[in-house]
Design a protein around this ligand. Structure first.
Ligand code: SF4
Length: 92
């Protein structure tokens, strides 16, 4: 009985660590300019178009002043807040 409770506690802690690490890894995955989809959309990490950045794009999912955030065109990855691509659309 005592042994199975200990095993449960160890497995629970291991599971929680795995979930935490998975979340951290996903949060760190950035879209690379060399990614085929990024190339197709002419995505760049630093926008060369004045006033048109990922952080003020309607498809950006991060906070307006964040360095990186999600984009509905790149599921599971993040784009640079100061990035840009050809699908940029003004945030309402
Ligand atoms: S659609 Fe393009 S410009 Fe808009 S957030 Fe995504 S990558 Fe950036």
């Amino acid at each position: 009985m005592k042994n199975s409770r200990r095993q449960f506690m160890i497995l629970s802690a291991a599971g929680a660590c795995t979930l935490a690490l998975n979340g951290k890894v996903q949060a760190q995955a950035m879209v690379a300019e060399t990614d085929p989809q990024a190339k197709a959309l002419q995505y760049v990490v630093v926008s060369k178009v004045a006033g048109k950045y990922c952080y003020n794009c309607a498809l950006y999912q991060g906070k307006a002043d964040s360095a990186a955030g999600g984009c509905s065109l790149f599921a599971g990855k993040q784009v640079a807040g100061k990035g840009h691509c050809s699908a940029w659309a003004k945030k309402a």
